[in-house]
Design a protein. Structure first.
Length: 205
């Protein structure tokens, strides 16, 4: 039975085989002290953002991810070398499994010793019922539509289902090449994460 541990920057418990570590990262701090941790490609990507807030958040999430993963591998954050699978999912050759998701000013980094792992976080934003219904019918399967339509709070239920599906797609490492309706949470272990203004899901198998 996996245990998902929510961690802050000061924590660093050992990563046991039955553990999943979930780091909450703040993205709105000044990026100046962290830019040196990025690779050349990451710095180029950062410079491509036109808005300063988007640039800051990109720099921080990549640098903070590097800092966190460096603590597991024993390597300097700037020396970590990431590879990608055919669909663009990054991984470390000699390191733990990980997955990163961001929404507005926060990011969640999930880490486990080995195995499939996905995380997704979304800020809860108001959506009218017609818009919710259109998106749900486009992406949810029949069982999920039944669960969503019978929920007391349709908005929170929508984001619970949505983050679960996104996390599964990320754990699979296939991106959008797999139709969202074909993905079922029944085949995965999933833990919902709820904190002020956000909904998130961590999945593994």
């Amino acid at each position: 039975m996996k245990t998902v541990r929510s961690l802050t920057s000061g924590d660093m418990p050992p990563l046991l085989d039955d553990d999943i570590h979930l780091w909450k990262l703040s993205l709105n701090e000044s990026p100046a002290p962290l830019t040196h941790l990025l690779s050349g490609d990451e710095r180029q990507r950062a410079e491509s953002f036109k808005l300063a807030i988007h640039r800051t958040r990109f720099i921080n999430r990549r640098a903070l991810m590097r800092q966190s993963l460096g603590r597991y591998t024993g390597q300097s954050p700037e020396k970590l070398h990431f590879l990608t699978n055919p669909h663009g999912k990054p991984f470390l050759c000699d390191g733990p499994s990980f997955n990163l998701s961001h929404s507005d000013d926060i990011a969640l980094l999930a880490v486990r010793a080995a195995g499939a792992l996905g995380v997704d976080v979304e800020r809860i934003r108001p959506m009218d019922n017609d818009n919710l219904s259109d998106v749900a019918r486009m992406h949810f399967n029949e069982a999920e539509l039944r669960d969503w339509s019978s929920a007391d709070d349709s908005l929170l239920a929508f984001f619970d289902i949505w983050t679960g599906k996104e996390a599964i797609l990320k754990a699979m490492g296939t991106g959008l090449s797999v139709p969202a309706q074909s993905v079922s949470a029944e085949e995965w272990a999933i833990q919902r994460v709820d904190f002020d203004g956000y909904r998130a899901a961590v999945v593994w198998c």
